[in-house]
Every structure is written in C-alpha cells, then in structure tokens.
Design a protein around this ligand. Structure first.
Ligand SMILES: Cc1cc2nc3c(=O)[nH]c(=O)nc-3n(C[C@H](O)[C@H](O)[C@H](O)COP(=O)(O)OP(=O)(O)OC[C@H]3O[C@@H](n4cnc5c(N)ncnc54)[C@H](O)[C@@H]3O)c2cc1C
Length: 556
C-alpha cells in the first residue's frame, strides 16, 4: 500500500485547490500534495465557469471593495458572514491582478480590463476572459503556475474518502487510488478541503460529475461544522428545450449580459415586473428572485410546454445577434435553433452551494489542522450569491487557506498514527474485493438526485422535506447492503459507493437545515412559510453526532 508524507495536503484541484497549493508553497511549505479524484486542474466547476469574475478593480467605472461588500451583503439577504464576505471583496482585486500578471487574458477594452455589470452589482465589476471561456482560462493559468513549483506534487485519480484525526487534530487522510483500486494513506501536518460543491446531488444541475458533496462529508466526519446548508442556488435560466447537444445548460447567461433578452411566460408575456423586478435597463434580476418568479409562473399554469418559461432574443436585430453570439450562432443552428425567429425554453437548475464548511477568516475549521477553501466553504454569500462571486471566492479563499495551512504545518510535529487510519483503509480493501447486495450504488445515486430535486429543490414544504429526510436516512442504512463488483482498476461501482456515502450525508445536511428553517429567504423558499421572518435572521450550524445523526444549532 502506498503511504505519502507531506506538509500540507490539498483535497481537490479546482481553482481553490490550485491557488491553495500556490499559497502554501509561497508561504514556505516544502512539500505540498495536491490531489484530485479526476485529473488535476480539469475536474469540478472551475473549468466550466463561463464568464463573470467580480472584483472591485474600478477599471470601467469608479469602484472600491466596500461597495462590492455592500452589494454582496444585500444579495445575501441578511445572512452573510460579514468577516468572510469582507475578505472576499477586499482580496478579490489582488488575486485578479495577480492572475493578470500570470497572463490569464482578462478581456480588455481601450487598454483597460473590461468589466460588465452583472445582476445585483451596483456598477460594472465583472471581468471575464471571453464569453464561455473564463473558467478554462483560469484553470489553465493555475495549472501552469502549479506545474512550475517544485514543492507541489500533483496526484490525479485519488478519491479522498476520510480525513484522519488524532486527539481531535487533522493529521492525514485515506484515499482510494482509482487506477489501482488500492488504499493510499497520507500523513500531513495540515489539510485543506477544496473539494467544491454539491449541485450534482440534484437531478437538474449545471454540475460536472464530481460535484457530489464529498468535501462536506469529509469535514463533518472529521469533526468540523457546516453552516447555511439549506441555501442551494438554483440558476434560473438553465436550458430546457429544444434539445441542445454539446453545449452547456447555463450558456444563456453571457448572452443576457450582452443583449438583455426577455423572459416570457407561456403566453408570451413578460412577468418579472410582477415580482418586483424591472429589466427595462437590461439584465438586472438576482438569481433567487428570477428562480422564484419562474417557478411561480409554472406552478400557476403559465409555463412553456416543457415546464419552464421562454427566453427570447427575437426582438434583437439580426446583426446584433450575429455580433454577440459569434460562432455560437452556427452551433445553435446545428441544433435547429434560430434565435432571430424563436425563443428557447429555460428553467431553474441547481448550480452552487452557498452553505458549506464553517471557517474563520484564516479558513480554519474548528478542527486544528483542518482548513477549507472555495465553494466547499459556507458563509460569505449568505442566502443568495451574486453572479461572479464564486470564482474570486475560490481564488481568494484558496490562497488564504494554503498560506495559513502552511503556517500551521510549520509549527506542528508529525502526529500521524496509522492505527487511526486503519478503519478507512479496511473499508476500501473490503469493498474492492466485492460485496453482494440488494441494489447498486448507481441506482441509489439516481434516486437520491430525484428525491433532492423533487423535495429539496427550488420550492420546499415540511411534508416533502420530512419524506426526503426519511428516505435519505434509510438509504444511508442500506449502504452496507449494496452490490460492489470485485475489480480494482477504475472500478465504477467502488467509486459510486463512496460517492453515495458522501452524497447522502451532504444531502441530509441540506434537507434537515431546510426543514428547520421555517421561513423563506433568498434561495430557500418554503411554500408553507412564504414570508421572510426576522426571527430567522440567524445561521444554522450542522455537526455530526457520535451516533451518526446530524445536530443543528442556530447561531446569531
Ligand atoms: C457550469 C458552471 C458555470 C459557472 N460559471 C461561473 C461564473 O461565470 N462565475 C463565477 O464566479 N462562478 C461560476 N460558477 C461557480 C464556480 O465555477 C465555482 O463555485 C468555483 O469554480 C468552485 O471552485 P472550487 O475550486 O471550490 O471547486 P471545483 O472547481 O469544483 O473543484 C473541486 C475539485 O475537487 C475535486 N474533488 C471532489 N471531491 C474529491 C475527493 N473526495 N477527493 C479528491 N478530489 C475531490 C473535484 O474533482 C474538483 O476537481 C460556475 C459553475 C458551473 C458549474
């Protein structure tokens, strides 16, 4: 069995993980291990991000980070962790300019970095590389930087299954090497969880395959708290129909920035004004309000044929369409879509998790030696995230987590204890030799996504949430009785089993927090409690009890 020793272990190599590795190495860590369950720098959400990166650069119009903070707090509907939000807004320009120096290629206008106004931002603040290309450019730039730093060792195809603790401190991890089907143990002085979000837990989502909530499950099991888990952002205008092959379901957003576009109900009527949003000056409606409005129109029987609403650019002159969409126009034509003549159907899809691992401003959890970064962290965005705040969150929190984890690692002695890793190692060995059971993890993953979409999606009720919580708990009990096929190299049934185990606990955290919060606020909409209740201006923390259940606590 492979055993690796390192100073700082980083779990997940998206934007947050790669910046954490750079931050740790710059802070003096001699051995930084960056691992990912897919290929380093090519999995997760970062590489899929399309456009907006919010930072108060003031290149397009006067701006400063306190103005960005004010917008972030307003969007968060009173629930942002103000300290984390301030860190995000203050340091975003530093990271964006640093990446500019690394030639990420931020789009320029008249020699300065171009910035557009995204919904909820009070001024043009979002930079981008190119429409539909920001995430790939950010990921490629960080991959290049990481590969030039000798202290950083990169390992792909490693699923971290457990964080190892001794005396309440994080001292290592156990992982499944997918290529060999073998356990790997990792001794370290600090761990950064940068494993991204959980939108893949919902049937309709914008996610890549590996955004199934692993980071939240790892943190809970290690003794850390989660916070704000009920706040899952649903991206309002995910593509619904007609069928669109080879394109991203959230591709319409950049074109809304360029051209506005109109959201219409099934009868061709604009409806956002009915929900207090005025789009006469362009694309301004925040995501929580747009999602709410679309869901309400559909529920009232005014939806489009496939159960969404229409997004129309038919009023835009053909020349403007061609200029804005460029080569995308041809790809749409290959899918039978002519935007000059027809609207498309759109509907909300799960997109981003506002909640996550509870950390302080040094990105430290309450478990000494355990840090978190990126979308895995909860709090900065409260009940609703502004467009463009997630990429800077990954970069800013990543850099900080790496830096502070390296400082912690320097001051610590090796605390590795192989005995503490043994149960996790044994679990991998037992499962990879095969297990006969009543069902497959793949089937339960499908059901999990269906349950989460139906009962814990954009609209929630007590009855639906209770039903979901019960079903999730019984699925968790069934884990011991699932079939895992014997086989070592890239055994999908083994990977599915671990994905399901993590996904179930993350899903339970979302469901129970949603059930407890008896009000509607931001992305959390309860049909049985439709109003925002000032008494609920508090955040909920979730912890794992010794019996495996979840404990919720409201904090003010
Ligand atoms: C389609 C799409 C478009 C988006 N567009 C924008 C945008 O325009 N602007 C914006 O600000 N935000 C956008 N976002 C959100 C933003 O991209 C993410 O919030 C951000 O990139 C998260 O970065 P991260 O590093 O925290 O996580 P990720 O980039 O998701 O990386 C997490 C990594 O962890 C790995 N991992 C997970 N579990 C394990 C495990 N158990 N062991 C080892 N590795 C593991 C994954 O493979 C992955 O590589 C978009 C998201 C999506 C899905």
């Amino acid at each position: 069995m492979t055993h690796i020793e390192t100073d700082v272990l980083i779990v997940g190599a998206g934007g947050a993980g790669m910046y954490a590795a750079i931050g740790a190495a710059r802070a003096g860590a001699k051995r930084v291990l960056l691992v990912d369950k897919s290929l380093v720098g090519r999995g997760g959400a970062t590489i899929m991000a399309q456009m907006t990166v919010a930072a108060a650069l003031g290149e397009e119009a006067p701006d400063d980070w306190p103005l960005h903070l004010a917008d972030t707090l307003a969007a968060g509907r009173g629930l942002c962790d103000e300290n984390l939000a301030a860190v995000l807004c203050r340091e975003a320009p530093v990271r964006i300019r640093e990446m500019d120096g690394w030639r990420v290629g931020w789009a320029r206008r008249d020699g300065h970095i171009a910035q557009v106004t995204a919904p909820g931002h009070s001024r043009p603040r979002c930079c981008y590389v190119d429409f539909l290309n920001t995430g790939p450019a950010v990921a490629a730039t960080l991959r290049r930087r990481v590969s030039r730093i000798d202290a950083i060792r990169r390992v792909s195809n490693l699923i971290v299954t457990d964080i190892v603790t001794t005396g309440g401190e994080a001292v290592g991890a156990v992982a499944l090497d997918q290529a060999e089907g073998e356990p790997v143990t990792i001794a370290t002085n600090a761990v950064v969880i940068a494993a991204g979000g959980l939108s893949r837990l919902f049937r309709r989502n914008s996610a890549s395959a590996n955004m199934g909530g692993d980071g939240y499950a790892l943190a809970l099991a290690a003794g850390a708290d989660l916070v704000d888990m009920e706040f899952v952002q649903f991206f309002p205008i995910g593509h619904l129909a007609p069928r669109l092959v080879g394109m991203d379901p959230i591709m319409w957003d950049p074109f809304r920035y360029k051209l506005g576009g109109r959201l219409l109900d099934g009868n061709g009527r604009e409806f956002l004004a009915d929900y207090g949003s005025d789009e006469s000056t362009g694309y301004t409606t925040p995501r929580d309000i747009a999602t709410y409005a679309i869901q309400k129109e559909v529920a009232a029987g005014r939806g489009s044929p496939h159960g969404g609403v229409y997004l129309s650019f038919t009023h835009v002159p053909r020349g403007d369409l061609d200029a804005a969409f460029g080569p995308v126009i041809e790809r749409l034509a290959r899918n039978g879509i002519d935007l000059g003549r027809m609207p498309v159907e759109v509907a909300p899809i799960a997109h981003y998790q506002m909640g996550g691992i509870a950390v302080d401003e040094t990105m430290a959890t309450r478990v000494p030696g355990l840090y978190a970064a990126g979308e895995a962290v909860g709090g900065a965005n409260g009940a609703n995230r502004l467009s463009g705040n997630a990429i800077p969150e990954a970069l800013v929190f990543g850099e900080r987590a790496g830096r502070f984890a390296a400082a912690h690692a320097k001051a610590r002695r090796d605390g590795w204890d192989a005995k503490r890793a043994a149960p996790a190692v044994d679990a991998i060995r037992r499962l990879r030799d095969g297990q006969r059971g009543n069902a497959s993890a793949a089937a339960l993953l499908e059901e999990l996504r269906e349950v989460m979409w139906r009962e814990v999606g954009p609209f929630r009720t007590a009855a639906g949430l209770v039903g979901a919580a019960n079903r999730l708990a019984s699925m968790r009990r069934a884990l011991a009785d699932l079939t895992v096929e014997p086989g070592r190299a890239f055994n999908p049934t083994l990977a599915d089993w671990f994905e399901l185990r993590a996904g179930l606990i993350a899903a339970e955290a979302v469901t129970q927090a949603a059930l407890a919060r008896q009000e509607s606020r931001g992305a959390h909409q309860r049909e049985d409690f439709p109003d925002t209740d000032p008494a609920w201006t508090c955040r909920q923390r979730v912890a794992l009890r010794p019996d495996g259940g979840l404990a919720l606590k409201a904090v003010r």
